[in-house]
Design a protein around this ligand. Sequence first.
Ligand code: NAD
Ligand code: UDP
Length: 366
Amino acid sequence: MARRVLVTGGAGYIGSHTVLQLLLEGFSVVVVDNLDNSSVVAVQRVAQLAGEFGKNLAFHRVIVVSCFVTRGAETGFWFDIRDKEALEKVFATSKFDAVIHFAGLKAVGESVQKPLIYYKNNIIGTITLLEVMAAHGCKKLVFSSSATVYGWPKDLPCTEESPLCAMNPYGRTKLMIEEICRDIHHADGDWKIMLLRYFNPVGAHPSGQIGEDPCGIPNNLMPLVQQVAVGRRPTLAVFGNDYSTKDGTGVRDYIHVVDLADGHIAALQKFFEDPNIGCEVYNLGTGKGTSVLEMMAAFEKASGKKIPLVMAGRRPGDAEILYACTVKAEKELSWKAKYGIEEMCRDQWNWAAKNPWGYRSPDPPN
Ligand code: NAD
Ligand code: UDP
């Protein structure tokens, strides 16, 4: 029988790509999402892209009356992982072999302005999920951590043993959740946990049917770039050109979102194949550093669009250079990123060109 996985935040950017890969690998998937930063259209398109495997996907958005909210013009029932009663109902109806936990808020700047919202959503949400998992005997968790836990690293590349230092409330939620996971595994060895530290996910599924479509003003580089490319914004602000890097702009380890999604499949397989798994941490990156200007050049080449740049000051809290050591994931998960920045920019543009207004655009051609 197909293994069943609960995916929190499965309507979101990384979640939707991972759900598709899970379905294609033969998993049965239940998604829970409050659609705070995503669209139900993403889930529908994932089901279509999965073809015959689409029947193995269920989506819970509407669960309990206590989630009743009014959000802009929309009024409805929303599934929220902080709602224990709602989660209990999901676990009561299905037995899960594992949970992949993406649900959370991720905007660094907003987390500085509204820390309590971040602590409540990310930390209370995770604790609630862990409690319900434990109560139902499901103790295998894959958690979305982030390279942000390395802060401004002194030594590069970042290995899983590099010192940890969060520089903002968002980063602190990731660090605290990692610590919570280590503690629950320490207290109860039945817990098997994968803490996956993502570097910079970009790109989109090559079909151009799913991609990143943040609500409101994007925070990350590539969603902003794609909005410039389709004419939704006039320019891109480059945050700092006086760093000690090859061209003065910040350097990051960009990873194609499909490679990242495959990293989750590799982590799940490890649960089922290796009885010695405890609470493990893995970097998911490519190991290569790319500057903002290099990324802009690659995107302009892939899209044929000029991205007008405005040099701006450094963004507070930004690290200068961040890239991963990928040896551990390669060795222990038998996983390695396949795509380079050319494919990342090609697929980012394919998604943007077909969906200039994200999931609110008219349906793209297949
Ligand atoms: P996303 O915002 O596209 O996806 C997160 C999803 O979680 C959204 O669909 C949102 O509606 C949902 N959600 C948020 N709070 C919820 C709640 N309380 N209950 C139910 N659903 C909720 O973000 P993403 O880029 O796909 O990121 C997924 C995870 O990976 C996040 O935890 C994020 O912090 C982490 N991460 C992302 C990046 C990145 O650059 N995208 C890097 C490192 C780590
Ligand atoms: N960046 C930029 N302009 C923007 C957004 C980001 O120059 O509008 C830079 C940022 O300073 C960093 C890189 O792009 O060097 C990646 O930023 P992002 O926010 O995507 O990821 P993070 O900084 O969280 O790794």
